[in-house]
Design a protein around this ligand. Structure first.
Ligand code: CAO
Length: 550
C-alpha cells in the first residue's frame, strides 16, 4: 500500500495547539516510514488558506503535497528541502485565524484522524510470456475527479520502464504514471483533460525486442472507464509495479519525463506554461515554482526575433584591443523589448516644460515630516499622481491597441510603471492602482519597488499589468530625451532634470523651477493634437498641484 491520501484538513497532524498558534505536522502517510521534502512552498509571513500546499514530499513511489489544512499565517517553517521526515514531524508553526477548537468542530472527521484509504496502489502483476502490455490507471483509492493533465508520450515512441507516460490529477494530488516496461508505444488511449478512473486504459506498449501482437478487444470504448486486467490474463500488464514513481534524472529520457511536484504543475497550468520547456533547478533537476516563474518572466521579456547589434560578425580586434562582455540577462531581455517596441510602433515625442516652482516649495515643506515618517518625497510621486489625473481625462492614453490595431482597449485601472536603473539593466516595476494612492504612499512604493528592483527581488506580479509608464532621468541630468514606449502601452512620459530658469511673466523675467517633460506616444493610437493637449494638461496640473486634490 504505497500511499495514503492526505486529507485537506489534517487536524490530526497538529502536534500542539497553544491558543491559535499550531504546529502542522506530516500526517498519516500509510506504510511509508520516511519521505523526502522536495519543495517548501511557503515562507514565514505568508498567508495561507486550508488548501494551500505547505510542502511537497516524495517517496520512491510518488510525490505529494501536504496542504495547510487551516487558514492562517506562517510563523516559522520547520523543515528544509532535502530533509527526511516521517508521520508527525512538525512542518510549520502557523497562527490560525480560527480557534483550533472551532476548526475541529467544523471538521470532526479530520479530528478523528482515521487512517485514510490508499490513494494509489499497485495494480496486478503482469502475466508471463505475453508480448502486449497495457498500462492502466492503478488503484486510486477514494480520489475523486481524476483527470489526465499530461500525456508525455506519442505513438511509436520508444520508452524505458521509468519513462513517464501520463500524469493524472485528482482532488488530492497529482500522480505520475510511468511506462513500467521498456518498449514501443503502440497506442495512447487518453488525452489531456480526459477523466479517468481506476482501470482506465492509458496506453498499449510492445515489449522491447518482441514483435507486437494485436491486443485483446477492448471491453469498452478506449476513453471510457475500463475493467482492470486480471492477473494472468492474456494482456500482460495492467500497470507498472511502482505506479507514480518519479524517475531518477539519470534514467529519464529527454523530453519524455517532467520532474515536478503537483503544486508546480498546478502553477504551470494556471500560467499556461509547458513544463517540458522549463529547466529544473531543484535537487536532481526537479522543477520548482521559482523555475516556472522565471520561465514566465523570461518569456515576457523576450521575442522570437533576436537582436542584431552587429549585423555581420566583424573582427574588431583587427583595429585594436577589444574585450567581449556578455550582456546581463536583464539587459539582453530589455534590448529585445526595446528594439521590438521601437521598430513596431511609430513613435513621436512631444516636449514641454512644467513650472513646478510651487510644487517644489510644497515638497520642501514636507521634508521634516518625511524625515519623521522615514519617507523621502521626490518629484516622481507628484508626477505619477498628476499622470493618473491626466490619464482619466484622456482615456485613450491609458489604453492598448488590439492585435489588428482596430480597437482601443481602454483600461479602467491606473497601474503606473516607472523605469529603474539597476546594475543589471533597466527594470520597470508597476505601482498598482496609483490613482488611489496619496503622495506619501506613492513615495513609499517607489522606494520599495526601486530597492527590490536593484536587489533583484521583484516578484513577477510587481512587473505586470502596467497601463502607462514614466521614465525619470531627473536625478541624473539632461534637458530632454526620447523615451521608448513600453508596449503594449501607447504612451510614456520622460522626465529630465528640473532647473531654475528665467521665465517672462509679461513684465519681467522671474526665476522659476522648470521641469522638462518628454512625452512619447504611439502615433497609430494618438494624434499630435491630442498629445499636445495631454502634455499641456499635465503641465498645468504640475504647475498647480492644488488641482490634484479636486
Ligand atoms: N530634477 C531634479 N532632481 C530630481 C528630479 C528631477 N526631475 N527627480 C528626482 N530628483 C532628485 C530627488 O529629489 C533626489 O534628491 P534628494 O536626494 O536631494 O532628495 C535625487 O534626485 C535622487 O532621486 P532618486 O533617484 O533617489 O528618486 P526618484 O524618485 O527621483 O527616482 C528612480 C527613482 C527609481 C526612478 C530613479 O532612481 C531611477 O532609477 N531613474 C533612472 C530611470 C531610467 O534609467 N530611465 C531611463 C530609461 S530609458 O527610457
Amino acid at each position: 500500500m504505497p500511499w495514503a491520501s492526505i486529507p485537506r484538513n489534517p487536524t490530526h497532524g497538529w502536534c500542539e495547539q497553544i491558543r491559535v498558534t499550531q504546529e502542522i505536522c506530516i500526517p498519516d502517510i500509510g506504510d511509508i516510514d520516511e519521505v523526502e521534502v522536495i519543495e517548501v512552498c511557503v515562507a514565514p509571513g505568508d498567508m495561507v488558506t486550508a488548501d494551500d500546499a505547505l510542502l511537497v514530499i516524495e517517496s520512491d513511489k510518488a510525490s505529494m503535497e501536504v496542504p495547510a489544512g487551516t487558514d492562517g499565517r506562517i510563523e516559522a517553517v520547520l523543515v528544509s528541502v532535502g530533509d527526511t521526515v516521517g508521520q508527525g514531524h512538525p512542518i510549520v508553526r502557523l497562527e490560525a485565524e480560527a480557534e483550533p477548537a472551532a476548526a475541529e468542530a467544523a471538521h470532526p472527521e479530520a479530528a478523528d484522524a482515521p487512517r485514510t484509504e490508499a490513494l494509489w496502489a499497485p495494480a496486478a502483476e503482469p502475466a508471463r510470456g505475453s508480448r502486449m502490455l497495457e498500462v492502466r490507471v492503478p488503484d486510486i483509492g477514494d480520489a475523486a475527479d481524476v483527470t489526465v493533465i499530461e500525456v508525455a508520450v506519442v505513438t511509436d515512441q520508444e520508452v524505458t520502464a521509468d519513462d513517464l507516460l501520463v500524469v493524472v490529477d485528482s482532488d488530492k494530488a497529482s500522480m505520475e504514471i510511468p511506462a513500467g516496461h521498456a518498449g514501443r508505444v503502440l497506442e495512447v488511449h487518453v488525452s489531456e483533460g480526459v477523466p479517468v478512473v481506476e482501470g482506465t486504459l492509458l496506453a498499449t506498449i510492445a515489449a522491447e525486442g518482441q514483435a507486437p501482437v494485436q491486443p485483446e478487444p477492448e471491453p469498452a470504448a478506449p476513453r471510457e472507464p475500463a475493467v482492470r486486467a486480471e492477473p494472468g490474463a492474456p494482456v500482460e500488464a495492467a500497470a507498472h509495479e511502482r505506479p507514480g514513481r518519479v524517475p531518477d534524472a539519470a534514467t529519464r529520457s529527454v523530453g519524455s519525463s517532467i520532474y515536478a511536484g503537483p503544486a508546480v504543475r498546478r502553477l504551470a497550468r494556471e500560467l499556461g506554461v509547458d513544463l517540458s520547456g522549463v529547466s529544473g533547478s531543484g535537487s536532481r533537476g526537479r522543477i520548482v515554482k521559482d523555475d516556472v516563474k522565471s520561465f514566465v518572466k523570461n518569456a515576457m521579456t523576450q521575442s522570437p526575433a533576436s537582436v542584431a547589434v552587429v549585423p555581420v560578425e566583424i573582427d574588431f580586434s583587427r583595429f585594436g584591443e577589444v574585450e567581449t562582455v556578455v550582456l546581463s540577462r536583464v539587459r539582453a531581455a530589455g534590448a529585445v523589448n526595446l528594439q521590438r517596441s521601437w521598430s513596431s510602433i511609430p513613435h513621436v515625442t512631444q516636449h514641454d516644460e512644467a513650472d513646478v516652482t510651487e510644487m517644489e516649495t510644497f515638497r520642501a515643506s514636507l521634508k521634516p515630516e518625511g524625515e519623521r515618517r522615514g519617507v523621502k518625497i521626490t518629484p516622481l510621486a507628484f508626477i505619477i499622481k498628476a499622470c493618473c489625473y491626466a490619464l482619466k481625462e484622456f482615456p485613450t492614453f491609458n489604453a492598448s491597441l488590439d492585435g489588428a490595431a482596430k480597437n482601443f482597449i481602454l483600461k479602467r485601472y491606473y497601474h503606473i510603471g516607472f523605469a529603474v536603473d539597476t546594475p543589471e539593466g533597466l527594470l520597470v516595476p508597476v505601482i498598482k492602482d496609483a490613482d488611489q494612492k496619496g503622495v506619501w504612499e506613492l513615495s513609499e512604493e517607489i522606494a520599495r519597488l526601486a530597492r527590490d528592483a536593484r536587489e533583484q527581488k521583484l516578484a513577477l506580479n510587481d512587473m505586470q499589468g502596467g497601463s502607462f509608464s514614466v521614465s525619470s532621468l531627473g536625478a541624473i541630468g539632461g534637458t530632454g530625451f526620447t523615451p521608448i514606449i513600453n508596449a503594449p502601452e501607447v504612451a510614456i512620459l520622460g522626465v529630465a532634470r528640473l532647473a531654475m530658469r528665467p521665465v517672462w511673466d509679461g513684465e519681467q523675467f522671474v526665476p522659476r523651477n522648470m521641469l522638462p517633460l518628454s512625452f512619447s506616444y504611439d502615433h497609430r493610437a494618438i494624434n499630435g493634437a491630442e498629445a499636445g493637449r495631454f502634455v499641456s494638461y499635465l503641465s498645468e496640473l504640475l504647475g498647480d498641484i492644488r488641482r490634484l486634490s479636486l
